[in-house]
Design a protein around this ligand. Structure first.
Ligand SMILES: [Zn+2]
Length: 411
């Protein structure tokens, strides 16, 4: 690790430990020689870091991997101790909140879904969630000191420094000091982040994103987006991120949850698509759509995938049209931000037909955008817990070098 002005030896140690965690979280177990090469430090430095972290039980020594035919020094890999502590994660959506316990690799241990009670005041609802968290810990026989921290992911912009949800669209109208309210109940450190930023933190931490400049776009249920610049999630004025969903596209249609009319999101959210499917199923020639409707019920978020598979020319035209609208806005963002990669999240991008239409449209708009630039996140099936978990692992373990997380309880 290079010494720069303002760094003392203690700082350098924290940075080295922090880089070691980062490397192991993204790559899995590595030999000391490989760690030294990756971090550009001497093997002696790595040995000293590893000994200290092995002693604290933060790392584990893995068995020698059999590599027949290979001669020379043994490469004994070390890895992060994923069960050093657990993480509690809370993801709050308009209809429900998911409470989960994960290990440090964001592998799910247990979870419970509770309805989001919008009729309760935020402090009463959060107290209710805290109660359910305590029950979940109890059911899993986990004492509070086994929990590294509580990660919270909510919709809308978040002041992550103070843990305040600024405007959780469709959940809370006003700013809510989520961290303070939950820490008062749980007495465990809490970290709050916006849902999309948290997902990107997971992609950065667990090795999905390897490039420094990335545009992340989430399609479904709404439209979310974040830009990563120089390896860091970018937030600007009032903790806002790149919000492609609230691009103005035309002045007609439904009022957006942000309060404006004409936002892209109102044209191609899951709800907007379901409403259009319903309209199309009323057309004279829509026999296949109506047959499906009889079988699975009116189009909604839960059955939308089935509707998306139906072959019906007006449906195909509609899907191509919304894919084009999204492609235009993503293309414009690419022109502004010049990302190395574009990572795609969300249940609608998980649909192959929509993904294909979207790519077809964006390639037709801009030939400098090529297939290699796209990456579809594998984290969709884990989206209710991986983001909040990653935030805790990053802020309480990686960034601190694993040193003061135990001392970092609330005031
Ligand atoms: Zn909007």
């Amino acid at each position: 690790m290079m010494r720069v002005k303002g760094q003392n030896i203690e700082n350098v140690k924290v940075i080295n430990r922090s880089s070691t965690f980062r490397l192991l979280l993204a790559n899995g177990p590595l030999s000391r020689i490989d760690i030294a090469a990756e971090l550009n430090v001497t093997p002696a430095t790595v040995t000293s870091i590893c000994n200290e972290l092995l002693q604290k039980n933060l790392l584990v020594q893995h068995e020698e991997l059999d590599s027949p035919g290979k001669v020379g020094r043994k490469k004994c890999p070390v890895g992060l101790n994923y069960d050093y502590k657990h993480v509690l994660s809370i993801a709050i959506f308009p209809d429900s909140a998911t409470l989960s316990i994960c290990n440090l690799a964001a592998s799910l241990v247990d979870s419970v879904v509770v309805p989001t009670r919008r009729s309760l005041s935020p402090d009463l609802f959060l107290a209710h969630l805290a109660e359910r968290c305590i029950k979940l810990l109890w059911d899993n026989q986990l004492a509070k000191d086994r929990i590294l921290g509580v990660g919270v992911a909510v919709l809308g912009p978040v002041n992550h420094i103070e843990g305040i949800s600024l405007k959780a669209y469709s959940i809370w109208e006003q700013p809510v000091p989520v961290r303070r309210l939950l820490e008062n109940e749980l007495h465990i450190p809490v970290y709050v982040e916006s849902n999309v930023c948290a997902l990107i933190e997971a992609a950065l931490l667990y090795g999905e994103i390897e490039h420094p400049n990335v545009l992340a776009v989430q399609w479904g249920p709404g439209i979310g987006s974040v830009s990563v610049i120089g390896g860091k999630v970018f937030k600007g004025r009032n903790f806002h991120t790149a919000e492609l969903g609230h691009n103005f596209v035309d002045g007609i249609g439904e009022r957006c949850r942000c309060g404006k009319v004409g936002c892209l999101e109102t044209k191609l959210s899951v709800d907007a698509i379901a409403a259009e499917m319903e309209r199309l199923s009323g057309l004279a020639k829509a026999k296949a759509l109506r047959a499906l409707r009889d079988r699975v019920g009116p189009p909604c978020r839960e059955n939308l995938d089935k509707y998306l598979e139906v072959a019906f020319p007006p449906l195909e035209d509609y899907l191509k049209d919304i894919s084009f609208r999204l492609a235009v806005v993503v293309n414009n963002a690419v022109q502004v931000l010049a990302p190395d990669r574009i990572i795609l999240f969300g249940e609608l991008f998980a649909n192959n037909r929509l993904l294909e239409y979207f790519k077809e449209k964006i390639f037709s708009i801009n030939e400098t955008i090529v297939d290699d630039m796209f990456l579809r996140s594998d984290f969709q099936s884990r989206h209710t817990y991986i983001g909040a978990t990653a935030c805790i692992v990053k802020h309480l373990l990686v960034d601190t070098g694993g040193l003061n997380e135990a001392a970092k309880t609330h005031a």
